[in-house]
Design a protein around this ligand. Structure first.
Ligand SMILES: Cc1ncc(COP(=O)(O)O)c(C=O)c1O
Length: 442
């Protein structure tokens, strides 16, 4: 189809695009001009099925009335309120609502503007928490290979995606990584949580022995690693991490930036696995990707540890100009209303069998190396072309775009994580389109 771009090649030059092949893109741009429910509208008028909820964030789909109305009303009432030493009602209401959505003692909420900021905030909180309790020697942070915790220096340091790290020097001191859980032969083509690999959690014991556990502030993991290619935790693995952390007084941080807000078929992975971390990082689906927003949800004990000293002193020297800003809070309230009214936070569970069957229907294709799935998430790993890893899936991305389907690729894996409003006919379209594309790559 002939494209009618609305921008000239010169007009594309000033914008340095994030995580993008800038030269490839600018030679053949993919311009989005509208979105409604499950579809984007492209500049040439074509419709693109959103197979990845924007970037794992538009969980309620696009152009949802509750969210649009909430933002419109808010901007005409209170557009901004200073974040420090001042507050507005909506941020307290939203914090309370979020605290009520997660189990146990996770009752205090600190607002940020992104997943990266949530991770940064959580790591700083962990170190400062131990310091406030008189354990200032607990400063080390443990992440995991292939982990993704955003792009700021703390998150990058505990993260383990080597392509993201290698341009940036030594990163933070006092950080170590557990082994990843990817590539276990016996788990190939598992459906849901894989059986094998619980012993990988013992890697944390090894790091405790190496560093002395009394120097470790926190362990941070994604319950399910999305950005590195849909890597699921082996059965019993997260439970074992929780046990080891408890044994040594180490905080456990779940980075739920992707898994939060219904992606796994439960409101949070915390609930899905029945494990209570000390801190949860959220962002993305919190405000449906409409306005940047994140939130760090912590156990009472963490907040309480800071509430000492003179009452007119700041307790935690951290925060953002836009922490809990009224526009983002309004978007989040509209989002949570939509999730609640439409039962979206558990819709993934209702559709997961259908989704799983559709994903695994690709298993017979010779280029498919593995398929992983849970809730409304699927990862389809392809055999790489030996000389040019990840090239094949990038070609799949371009072909899917031409065929009217937006997918995400990472390494040699195609990831799908559609809005939670997806219909069965759209699931059929996504996987039948992918079947033809993967066949064409052989
Ligand atoms: C688990 C996880 N943590 C953190 C982030 C970073 O979020 P953001 O891009 O909003 O900074 C992401 C983004 O994909 C993520 O998947």
């Amino acid at each position: 189809m002939t494209k009618t771009h609305t921008l000239t090649p010169e007009q594309l030059q000033a914008n340095w695009m994030p995580f993008t092949c800038n030269r490839q893109y600018k030679a053949d741009p993919r311009l989005v001009v509208g979105a409604d429910r499950m579809h984007f509208t492209l500049s040439d008028g074509r419709q693109l099925l959103d197979g990845i909820a924007g970037l794992w964030c538009c969980n309620a789909g696009h152009n949802r009335p509750r969210i649009v109305e909430a933002i419109q009303k808010q901007v005409a009432t209170l557009d901004y309120s200073p974040a420090f030493q001042m507050g507005h009602p909506l941020q307290f209401e939203l914090a309370e609502r979020l605290a009520n959505m997660v189990p146990g003692d996770l009752n205090k909420v600190f607002f940020t503007n992104s997943g990266s900021e949530s991770c940064e905030t959580a790591l700083k909180m962990a170190i400062a928490y131990h310091n406030a309790r008189g354990e200032g020697n607990r400063t080390k942070l443990i992440g995991r290979e292939k982990g993704y915790h955003g792009v700021n220096f703390g998150g990058l340091s505990v993260g383990g995606m080597s392509a993201n790290r290698k341009m940036f020097g030594n990163l933070l001191n006092g950080v170590d990584h557990m082994r990843h859980t990817h590539g276990i032969e016996a788990n190939l083509f598992s459906k849901g949580i894989p059986e094998h690999g619980v012993e990988l959690a013992e890697d944390l014991v090894r790091l405790c022995e190496l560093h002395d556990p009394s120097t470790i502030a926190a362990v941070i993991v994604e319950p399910l690693a999305g950005s590195a290619g849909v890597l699921l935790p082996p059965k019993g693995y997260l439970e074992r991490l929780r046990q080891i952390c408890d044994q040594h007084g180490i905080l456990l941080i779940f980075d739920e930036v992707i898994t939060g807000f219904g992606r796994m078929g439960a409101p949070f992975a915390t609930e899905y696995f029945g494990i209570e971390p000390d801190i949860i990082c959220t962002a993305k689906g919190l405000a449906n990707g409409v306005i940047p927003m994140g939130a760090v949800i912590v156990q009472d004990k963490i907040y309480d540890a800071f509430m000492h000293g003179p009452k007119d002193m700041v307790e935690f020297f951290h925060g953002y100009t836009f922490s809990g800003n009224p526009m983002a809070c309004a978007a989040a309230m509209g989002t949570l209303d939509t999730y609640e009214e439409e039962g979206l936070l558990t819709r993934g569970a209702e559709l997961s069998d259908y989704w799983q069957d559709a994903a695994h229907s690709l298993a017979d294709l010779s280029l498919v190396k593995d398929i992983r799935n849970i809730g409304l998430i699927a990862g389809i790993e392809l055999h790489p072309t030996p000389a040019t890893p990840s090239k094949r899936v990038f070609t799949a991305f371009l072909k899917a775009y031409e065929a009217g389907l937006l997918i995400r690729t990472t390494g040699d894996t195609i990831a799908l994580s559609p809005p939670l409003i997806i219909e069965k006919s759209q699931i059929d379209f996504a996987f039948s389109t992918l079947r033809e594309i993967i066949k064409s790559l052989d």
